[in-house]
Design a protein around this ligand. Sequence first.
Ligand code: SF4
Length: 441
Amino acid sequence: MLITTQAVDELAFTSALPPEEEDEPPSTAQLTPVLAPLRVSMPAPTPSGAPIFFPVPSNHLTHLKKTVPSRSCRFRKRFFPDASVKLWNNWHWQVAQRVRTPEKLRSILHLSAQEEAALTDATSALPLAITPYYLSLLDPDNPNQPLRRTVVPTVLESQRSKGEADDPLDEARQSPIPGLVHRYPDRVLLLLTSFCSTYCRYCTRSRVVGHNSIHPGRQRLEAAFAYIAAHPEIRDVLLSGGDPLLLSDEQLNWVLSRLRRVPHVEIIRIGSKVPAVLPQRITSALVRMLHKHHPLMLSLHFAHPDECTPETSKACARLADAGIPLGSQTVLLAGVNDDASTMAKLMHGLLKMRVRPYYLYQCDPISGSVHFRTPVDKGLDILRALRGHTSGYAVPTYVIDAPGGGGKIPLMPESVLGRDTDGLALRNYEGGLYHYPDFCR
Ligand code: SF4
């Protein structure tokens, strides 16, 4: 029973309001109980090569475009009238005020029948939680608005379809230590927490997130650090969850410092959706702390160009100014971003925020995801429409994370047509045929 009751890992954030601060987080001494165990439709590519432009689909946030400067202000005054600007900009307040009940959500959005049915469904696997900030981006009247589809449940997610699984990537089988996945030779995935500020309805780890199942407890993490130290082939550690940036600065600093003690760990990456759903978390203090642990990279999760707001731009600028390379990960989602015009707009928006598009994921076949999944051909069509028609930096690598734990497999539109004795027959982005003299053997 997840949506109609409060998930246990939510409780710690609701106990006290933090002091009003616009930028710096309040003392973590006040707000650390959740982590207490640690104690520290694009047109198809034109065969003629005529320029492609990217029309904006009609379901984008046109209702917000006229009011962007005062959007969150109006939303705050209407739905959180007691909150000052400083409180609104305090990330602890945003977390404490997340909307987690049908009643509260119903008071802000006009819910559709499918949404209503989901909110009273006791079997839903993933809790409901949306930050006030992210809620301010949602269209109150349109259940098909892309951002709304990603965070408001519908009854469709309770339908299990052929080929779906709770753990399609078989992470549990590849975990020598609870919460540590060792799939590739030289890198590991370390899950720090199962907590997120906002729960995405298509989450690959919906089996664990929001269920208080993964803690950044010292005992488990010491075992993970010992495993990493004992495997000199591990040169890259990806911290994920849940969202690692929901740990306090002190706790995250402790984790990063412990990893930095392992001589063969060359790079540390953090996977996070915080800049999109809770940009207030990217404080100067957090960035100063992260800066101490270079080389450190962030893999940021974005789904739609409407997430590229002034607040998120500011958060990304802070991170980029600290020399932290920012890459994006985007899941291809039906009705959200599965047309090339939306995808191009997102990729261009990310680059403008100094985030390099990195991966475009085919949606994993998690239980209840069929309404989000697209045919693979659609992803290839999008890649075909992007490649050559826009900057190479704006073209992500399209991958399938192979069910069963096979890892990421890149998918490319066919460009090598064949080989003869002199070389390769190639097709370019305009459909033109070319020959490359490939006989240096
Ligand atoms: S932020 Fe990431 S881990 Fe959290 S619900 Fe969304 S996809 Fe899952």
